[in-house]
Design a protein around this ligand. Sequence first.
Ligand SMILES: Cc1cc2nc3c(=O)[nH]c(=O)nc-3n(C[C@H](O)[C@H](O)[C@H](O)COP(=O)(O)O)c2cc1C
Length: 375
Amino acid sequence: FITSKEQFHAYLRAGGEEEEKEEKELEIQGKLYLAPLTTCGNLPFRRICKRFGADVTCGEMAVCTNLLQGQSSEWALLKRHHTEDIFGVQLEGAFPDTMTRCAELLNRTIDVDFVDINVGCPIDLVYKKGGGCALMTRSNKFEQIVRGMNSVLDVPLTVKIRTGVQEKVNVAHKIIPRIREWGASMVTLHGRSREQRYTRSADWDYIAECARIASPMPLFGNGDILSYEDANRAMQMGVSGIMIARGALIKPWLFTEIKEQRHWDISSRERFDILKDFTNYGLEHWGSDTQGVEKTRKLLLEWLSFLCRYIPVGLLEHLPQKINERPPYYLGRDYLETLMASQNVDDWIKISELLLGPVPPSFTFLPKHKANSYR
Ligand SMILES: Cc1cc2nc3c(=O)[nH]c(=O)nc-3n(C[C@H](O)[C@H](O)[C@H](O)COP(=O)(O)O)c2cc1C
């Protein structure tokens, strides 16, 4: 029987009212997070990174409206490999109703540890519709998206942002406390603006300031990490963890280097074996028929456009390699090392032929990330 006002209130809290949702927490303090990477961050690539020590992985950005329309190629982006033990998916969209609907659908249909909103995407196609980075300037819509998605998800909701849209006009520090209030469990900050793209270095002092402001909500820092020294410096900035994008594409063994605090002078043979494993994972994932072989080849070539930027430790004058340094032409210590350092698409195709056989007649390839064909 209810005999007091307190009991009556307790009764209301327990059942009379809608039950409060449990606090959603993401246990990823100090972890190494492989960034969501459109095209390159496919499942076979993520398997490679997991083997080298990536802790957290995320699917490639999926477009909310494509998911709602039932496009199977978009749903394929949400697949998880069983080795991905802390795995999230990333959504892009511009409107609270579609994003919330989509989150509801994902909540019912897929098994993930978190859902991330892409509020960093700089590309025109997304930005002009009000999605990606544009949400940083549409705070009402942004709020409704975070609140809406959070109310329907049983897993934590995270948000990936940039410093702002314009260079020199940082707004992340103003938005972060609000994102926390709206109920997000974590923020990842890429220390560059939309305008800046990849020019100049990520602003880690600003990331540090934002990490302080975000507390007690965890903030992951992202930008320019290519060595364990870079990672150590980043961790000293007071972030909860670090996210790595191009560094993982250029040298997926970076996760091992960070965990073992060393430089790994990896041989060309060992690197070739990584490519062999990727090829096998690709054929397993996309199929070993002609279509699967060519899909695997295309994604291998996309990856090779980053891998060729690795400079072997044994050849460096100054350790460690910096992500924005472009080396002069150099010869490797063996034929394979020289071939892997080539910036020439024809040489990437040659590597793909060593693994997947000859390319079909009149085959051409242009890397998606044009920033990499820096010839
Ligand atoms: C090929 C490529 C694809 C990317 N795709 C995504 C994506 O789908 N979602 C996203 O939030 N960021 C994406 N990014 C941005 C990265 O996640 C990361 O924020 C950025 O590259 C800075 O980190 P880095 O200096 O370690 O490369 C992409 C970056 C690259 C190079």
